[in-house]
Ligand binder design. Structure first.
Ligand code: B12
Ligand code: SF4
Length: 498
């Protein structure tokens, strides 16, 4: 069977594609876990953002797929529909499978008859469900026993029971197949980029996160020798910088330390690594952990600070993962101790903050922005976004604070909810104004690490950073709200990928 797997081209503001283009971890993992007789191609459309239609047309011509698989996040739903319509127009008999967070958490949207084009929805983890689906198609043996699968019969969808979570330790899920990738150009500031995973799941329950509804509260890990083999494979495929996509790798600190040592022992510490981390773990274990991370090659840590105010942390249900402990007692917000520890070891902070929560005032936004200015190297400031089935979505709906239902704008940096004190527009404006200048300060660091890349791409990087601004607005001679309106119009136009 010919299988074409696509991830969507939609990107968001904090990851300008001029500098960052990362692969989707799901698709190569699916490709690595199907039976060997299939012909499979993986295309991350982020690599072809300016020519999505032509790229899809070419791939359909070359692959003549029987199966089209799409990995979709909520803000990419509209693009996914357009791509399905395009492929159907070129290849009417193609069977369409969707998977990922949005189809898993909002399957009803894909089963809707106005969508028309979707045949199968793979809910939750996909490797085994997808493999079983392909076998069922091969042997025409029916779909009713495939856990985690929803399938179309005429105008309606049948939803099979959920699939139990994979335990990962038993070797059932094989390594990703990176040879299946057919597009080139993955990068982080000029270094070839890749992704690996070492674990899945999380035992916390932050109200904004989709993970709990997706898979429950649990944590499963791959054996470290498999992780090292995965990193080596990425390296052999050219990767020089790696993003670890685990939901929450820091749940087992001893294991993470062992991973750092294993990376060093395997000589793979020459790669630049980026990992996501809870502030509490870094604050509580930073003395030993941060130097070890540095030796293993960790360059950036995406810190889930979420918010620096207690009231907001409580709303986000993120208090305990951001609390520092001393002698077993709670000792306040962990963010500063975590950042100090990483900075002392020359590791840079991507600071994840969520502002625009229900009780936020101008002063609470400012407090967080000031924190970003003072402590963070690359701000990843987002607005609370009501993704399907999260507890936060229910709360925003209950309070009547959702002001925008256009899902393609649910990209994290478009404010789609208001607070009790501020309009959504005001919240986004305040963030936008501060954000660019903090990011600008990181440019010399990027230059020192990747001088040729930054020299060559500085004009595009600056143009992206200051989209909508003019010399007059930068000099304060034009109302910055006009520049903001232009920025929003540019963002709007960018979303039309085909
Ligand atoms: C790593 C990660 C990132 C990385 C991306 C690296 C990359 N290129 O993939 C970074 C930090 C850059 C990032 C950015 C964003 N992310 Co993100 N991210 C994650 C995270 C932590 C892990 C995703 C992952 O790779 N998992 C490993 C793979 C193997 O698992 P998987 O994707 O679930 O795939 C499995 C199944 O879903 C299924 N499957 C998936 N696709 C398909 C397709 C087919 C055909 C089939 C059959 C099956 C299938 O099978 C796979 C294997 O089991 C998740 C979850 C979390 N805890 O926060 C959020 C998450 C996916 N991100 C999310 C979002 C919204 C974003 C952003 C918009 C920012 C934001 N507002 O949070 C941006 C958008 C990125 C972009 N395209 O520009 C949301 C999605 C919510 C939703 N309902 O859509 C999540 C769930 C976090 C959350 N808020 O709850 N993200
Ligand atoms: S700690 Fe991270 S992965 Fe876990 S629930 Fe919170 S945001 Fe999601």
């Amino acid at each position: 069977m010919n299988i074409l797997l696509l991830s969507m081209p939609d990107s968001f503001e904090h990851m300008p594609t001029v500098a960052i283009r990362m692969p989707n971890a799901a698709l190569t993992s699916l490709a690595g876990n199907i039976d060997a007789h299939h012909r499979v191609a993986v295309a991350d459309l982020i690599l072809a953002q300016a020519r999505v239609r032509q790229t899809v047309e070419r791939l359909v011509r070359e692959m003549d797929p029987y199966i089209l698989g799409l990995s979709v996040m909520t803000f990419q739903r509209k693009t996914a529909k357009k791509i399905i319509d395009l492929v159907r127009s070129l290849s009417p008999n193609v069977r369409v499978v969707v998977g990922g967070y949005d189809p898993s958490l909002a399957p009803e949207a894909y089963a809707d008859s106005s969508w028309g084009g979707v045949d199968f929805i793979v809910r939750g983890e996909g490797e085994i469900t997808f493999r079983e689906l392909l076998r069922a198609l091969d042997t025409q043996s029916g779909y009713d026993r495939i856990a985690g699968l929803s399938y179309r019969i005429g105008d309606r969808f049948c939803h099979n029971p959920d699939r139990p979570i994979s335990n990962l330790a038993d070797g059932e899920i094989r390594l990703p197949n990176r040879d299946a990738r057919v597009l080139r150009g993955y990068t982080t500031l000029g270094r070839q980029a890749d992704v690996i995973e070492t674990s899945r799941g999380c035992t916390f329950d932050c109200s904004f996160c989709s993970i709990i509804e997706m898979r429950g509260r649990n944590f499963h890990t791959y054996p470290l020798d498999r992780v090292i083999a995965d990193i080596r494979d990425a390296h052999n495929h050219g990767a020089r910088t790696i993003f670890i996509v685990d939901d929450n790798i820091m749940l087992n600190v001893r294991r993470f330390e062992a991973l750092c040592r294993a990376i060093i022992d395997a000589g793979l510490h020459t790669i630049d690594y980026t990992v996501q981390a809870m502030t509490s773990v870094i604050a509580n274990h930073g003395e030993q952990l941060a130097p070890l991370m540095r030796r293993a090659g960790f360059r950036y840590v995406f810190l889930g600070i979420e918010n620096i105010l207690d009231e907001d942390l409580a709303f986000l249900r993120a208090s305990s993962k951001n609390t520092r402990r001393e002698d077993g007692r709670k000792a306040g917000n962990a963010a500063i101790a975590a950042i100090d520890s990483l900075h002392r070891n020359k590791i840079y902070i991507i600071g994840g903050l969520i502002i625009g929560n229900p009780t936020d005032t101008r002063a609470s936004l400012e407090a967080n922005l000031e924190f970003a200015r003072t402590h963070v190297d690359w701000p990843f400031i987002q607005h609370p976004t009501p993704y399907p089935r999260t507890p936060m979505t229910r709360e925003f709906r209950r309070q009547g604070l959702i002001v925008n239902e256009r899902l393609e704008e649910y990209d994290g940096t478009t404010a789609v909810v208001q607070s009790s004190h501020l309009s959504a527009d005001e919240i986004e404006f305040v963030r936008w104004q501060a954000d660019r200048w903090v990011k600008l300060r990181h440019l010399p660091v990027a230059f020192a690490h990747s001088p040729l890349f930054v020299l060559r791409h500085a004009p595009q990087m600056l143009a992206h950073l200051f989209r909508g601004s003019s010399l007059k607005s930068l000099l304060g001679l034009e109302d910055s709200r006009r520049a903001f309106a232009r920025y929003r119009a540019i963002r709007q136009a960018e979303r039309e990928y085909l």
